[in-house]
Ligand binder design. Sequence first.
Ligand code: HEM
Length: 456
Amino acid sequence: MLGPVFRIKSALWQSEVVVISDHLGVKHIFDQAYTYIKSPAFQPVVVKVVGRGLAWAEGNEHRFQRKLVSPAFSISAIKKMGPSVMICIDRMIQRIQNECNDKTAVLNMCDYVPPHARTLDIIGQVGFGYDFGPESPDGKAILGAWQKDVQLFSTFPAFLAPILIGVFPWIAKLPIKELQEDSTAKKVIHRIGRKLLQEPPNMDGTDIFSILVRESWENQVKPDGVRKLDDATLLDNILTLFVAGFETTSGAIQLILLDLAQNPDAQAKLHAELVTADSNDIDVIESLPYLDAVTREGLRLHPTARDTHRLAIRDDLIPLKKPVMLSNGETVTSIPVKAGDGFIIPFLVMNSDPQVWGPDAHKFVPERWNTEGALPPGSELPHGPYSHISNFIDGPRLCIGWRLAVQEIKLILASMVKNFEFRDTGVKVEKHISPAVQPFVDGEAAQLPLQVIPIH
Ligand code: HEM
C-alpha cells in the first residue's frame, strides 16, 4: 500500500509524476483548474479527435466556452430532455422483448444499452433533436465512424502514442496521415451539423444542439445576429459532448447491469422498489432511494473515465487531508509544487480505498449509501457534484454532462430491471479501457453476455 500521494517514474525518459488520491489535495488541483492544466503535448491530438471544444480549451477560452455551453446542461434543460430519453428507452425495451420472444435468452447487452447500442436514438434526440432512425444513413455514418475510431483506441500503437508524445511532443506535429487527419467521427458530425445549421433554428428545441445555437447568438434571439460561438467551435462542442458522453455512460450502465446480475438479492430489491413506483413519472424514478444507491455504488466501482492527468504551470502548495512521509523521513501536511510537475489522479483508487471505504470497499453493496452510519463521514470521502463520487471530477472543469449521465443511468436501469431479470452466465467478463472502461470477453470489447428473462 503506497498511500494517497507518491511519486512514480514515467515510461521511457519522461520526468516523474505524482500519483495523488488524497481527497483534499485532489480537490485543490481541480479547484485550481487554470493552474493545473491538461498536458499541452496532447493538444494537437485532442484537436484531431474532438476539435477545439470544451475538453480542449484552457484558461479564458475555457471560461468563455463553458459559460455558453452550460445552459444546455442546467437542471431544467436536463429535465426537459427526460421525455425524449424515455421514448428511446421504451424502444430499447421493445427490442429486447422482441429478441427474447417471451422466452429466456442470452443476449450481449452491449448491443442494447444506449447510447452505445445499435441505434443512436438517445444521442440523436438529446444531442440534435433529430431522429436518426435505425436505418438512417446519417446514424449509420456516425456509428460506423465512431466504431472505427474506437478500434484505433484499443490498438497497441494507440496505447504507445501518448507515452511517445509525452516524451517527444513534436511527434504530434509530424506529417503522418493518422496524426494529422481529423477523426472520422469529427468529419461526419461536422458534415451533419453543418447541414442542420443551414436549416431554420428550432427556437423551442430542448436538445443540446438547439440550445447551443440559441446561446451562440448575440442576445440569444437574433437569428441574423453576430454569433458568440462560431460554427466550427459550436460543432466541435457537439462532437466533444458526443465523444465524452457516449462510451462513459454506456460503459457505466453495462457494468452496473453485470453487478446486478451477479448480486441477485440487490436486483430483487431494486425490482421490488420499481414495481411499486409510478414508472411514468421521471421525477419519481429519479428520486427512488434504492435506485440512487445502486447508481452511486455502480459509479463508485466503475469510473469509466479511469483517471485524469494534470500539469502545474506555476509554483503552488497542495494541502493534504492526511500527512505523508517524504523519503527523507519528514512528515508534511502539504506538498510543494514546481511549475512543470505532473499529476495523475486515479478515480478508482479514490472510490475504493479500503482505508476510507472499509474492508468491503471492492464489493457491490448499494446498502452502504442508505444505511445509517454505513458511510464514513463526508469529510473522509471524495468530492464531486454527485456527492462522494470522484468520477465527474470537481471545480471549473467538472463533467458538464454529469446530470444527464446520472439521469440516463437511472432511467435505463429502472426500465430494464422492471421488465427483465438478468442472470450471470458464468462467462468471465473483464473490464478494460477502449477508450472508456467497458466489458470485454476473451479480449473482445463491448461484450456483456447476460441471461435475460422477461418479467410479465
Ligand atoms: C458516466 C458518465 C460520465 C463520466 C464518468 C464522465 C467523466 C468525466 C470526467 C472525468 C471529466 C473530466 C476530464 C478532465 O478534465 O480530465 C469529464 C469532462 C467532461 N464531460 Fe463527462 N463524463 C460522463 C458523461 C458525460 C456526458 C453524458 C456528457 C455530455 C453529453 C459529458 C461531457 C463532458 C464534457 C464536455 C467534459 C469537459 C468539461 C470541461 O472541460 O469543461 N460527460 N467527464
